[in-house]
Design a protein around this ligand. Structure first.
Ligand code: ADP
Ligand code: MG
Length: 381
């Protein structure tokens, strides 16, 4: 095992969202100190960190403070500027590496990387010039989806393209920035695997999660996904291979599409993942404690489920439209767990929190979690 970073070292993180908040809470529980770099003065992670540097992610002075005060720096979102991370990486370890993040934050680079290492992705072409627009008709069946290569999340930066004749207008809508055009696949299901890897190459995978998205945003996750034969082991092997080829260090998630009997990798998230939130309530080690362990070079924790099945449903800002949700609907349930991220303003589509249910099977938990979520609005007085 290479050198370990131990408490009370200072751990730095770029980004102040809910993923950063859970990282900070896990680190603090273990006795580390934490610094968050995040421009929003009222961010979920900034509120719970020891030090919150309120500055843009690429602010040189702020990055130098991170480099001077932290033992290691990580990130909680893929759009952290790779050049900013590279500045810090000149002086202290940054995990995942700026190069790995750069691959994951550009859909063109990401798909090329997966192609090169022989991992199946769905049919796609890059759209960067007018010639690419014309050529797409020969290589892609429509309907298709046009996605900006960079800065998309939760279905943002994506346009459905029904026929080739709609493609030019769709690209115009996205500002003619570099894009990928993907065939719209008829998904049998969506899966994800969260895994961790240390600098000296040790890895640990969580059980495969099955995910339902609505309008491009994760709605429900249940675990374990029911897979035929040795599907769990095969998925773990595939995702570990990707992390190794990427030289990845930290926690990452691999999103997959199942189409009939084929598995395609959809995208890589260089950070803990919404579909891994169930680990907070249903695994021996949460994905956030695992992130601390991985970037600090500690032994990785057990990824075993501590229950038979678990489900997570997201709580989006829409639930607040008629006033505060009726929290007793979840707080009165023995096997339900409420998580709120401390965001002051509830906008439609904004991830405000989630709830998990840990009873019986994954499917049973999923049904109960959805029923409880419904009661948050229907039982409101
Ligand atoms: P994001 O970065 O916003 O998560 P994704 O590429 O993962 O972007 O797309 C979000 C969701 O949209 C996916 O989880 C899936 O439900 C749907 N989707 C994306 N690409 C395709 C596709 N090629 N075919 C069918 N559905 C897709
Ligand atoms: Mg996605």
């Amino acid at each position: 095992m290479s050198e370990q970073i131990v408490p009370p070292a200072m751990l730095g993180i770029l980004g102040g969202g809910q993923l950063g908040r859970y990282f900070v809470m896990a680190a603090r529980t273990m006795g580390y100190r934490t610094t968050v770099l995040e421009p929003d003065p009222d961010s979920p992670a900034g509120k719970v960190a020891d030090v919150h540097i309120v500055a843009p992610y690429d602010d040189p002075a702020a990055l130098d403070v991170l480099a001077e005060t932290c033992a290691v720096v990580t990130t909680e979102f893929e759009n952290a500027p790779a050049s900013a991370l590279a500045r810090v990486a000149e002086r202290i370890p940054v995990y995942p590496s700026p190069a790995a993040i750069a691959t994951c934050q550009d859909r063109i680079a990401e798909k090329r990387f997966l192609d090169e290492i022989g991992v199946s992705v769905g049919p796609w072409v890059s759209i960067e010039t007018d010639d690419d627009l014309a050529g797409a008709a020969d290589r892609i069946y429509f309907p298709a989806i046009l996605k900006t290569a960079r800065l998309g999340y939760d279905g943002k930066g994506q346009v459905r393209v029904h026929a080739h004749s709609d493609l030019a207008a769709a690209w115009e809508t996205l500002g003619r920035v570099p894009c990928v055009l993907e065939e719209r696949l008829s998904l049998s299901r969506e899966l994800s695997v969260v895994l961790a890897r240390t600098a000296d190459g040790r890895t640990a995978c969580y059980p495969v999660a099955q995910n339902q998205h609505i309008h491009g945003v994760l709605d429900t996750t249940h675990v374990p996904a029911s897979l035929p034969g040795d599907g769990q082991a095969q998925a773990a092997e595939l995702c570990t291979y990707i992390a190794e080829e990427l030289g990845y260090v930290g926690v990452m998630a691999v999103e997959m599409f199942v189409v009939g009997r084929n598995v395609f990798v959809n995208e890589l998230a260089p950070r803990p993942h919404n579909s891994g939130h169930y680990t907070l309530d249903a695994c021996a080690t949460s994905q956030f404690e695992q992130q601390v362990r991985a970037v600090c070079g500690l032994g990785l924790g057990s990824t075993k489920l501590s229950v038979a099945g678990v489900a997570m449903v997201n709580l989006l800002g829409d639930l607040w439209e008629g006033g505060e949700p009726h929290w007793p609907a979840v707080l009165g349930e023995q096997h339900a767990h409420l998580h709120l991220y401390g965001k002051a303003e509830a906008r439609p589509g904004r991830k405000m929190g989630h709830l998990t249910v840990t009873t019986g099977t994954a499917m049973g938990s999923s049904a109960l979690a959805k029923r409880i979520r419904k009661r948050l609005t229907t039982d409101r007085g």
